[in-house]
Write a protein that binds this ligand. Structure first.
Ligand code: DQA
Length: 142
């Protein structure tokens, strides 16, 4: 079944957004990398990004219906969206939570909670873009 790599708000500006934190890889480069890593692992991968919470909820609801494994970087929604919490709770196939930075080690206290973690089979944070590869490897193993 196809793996969905879903990305939340502001990640479309990857490469230009606070590169000292998030690096210089652009979102479209990340998308290409994920598809390639998936091919190496025998996984069909589709990568999406949205700044609209309802759109991410629709994608997660479809992933629940279709039993897709999900790699999720919910970005800032991670920290406060109970709608994302509820949507993640409905997923059937494994969910892997990814963050480019390590939110737990960042100074803003709001980043220290995640509504995604309770539903995640694994959490990969602080490994930069490589975390997405690690998440796909995790799904390939399960
Ligand atoms: C992020 C970390 C979040 O705290 C932040 O709001 C993001 C990106 C990360 O990938 O490091 O937008 O999820």
């Amino acid at each position: 079944n196809k793996v969905l790599v879903l990305n939340g708000p502001n990640l479309g500006r990857l490469g230009r957004r606070q590169p000292e934190i998030y690096g210089y890889t652009t979102f479209s480069e990340l998308a290409d990398l994920c598809v390639g890593w998936g091919q190496d692992l025998g996984l069909e991968v589709e990568v999406r990004q949205t700044n609209h919470e309802g759109e991410l909820l629709d994608w997660l609801n479809d992933a629940a219906d279709n039993e897709n494994p999900v790699v999720l970087n919910a970005a800032a929604w991670t920290h406060y969206s109970y709608a994302i919490f509820d949507a993640c709770g409905q997923l059937v196939a494994p969910l892997v939570e990814v963050h480019i930075s390590d939110p737990e080690k960042r100074p803003e206290v709001f980043r220290h909670t995640s509504v995604v973690t309770p539903h995640a089979a694994a959490v990969i944070a602080g490994y930069g873009i490589d975390g997405y590869r690690m998440a796909l490897e995790h799904l390939a193993r399960t």
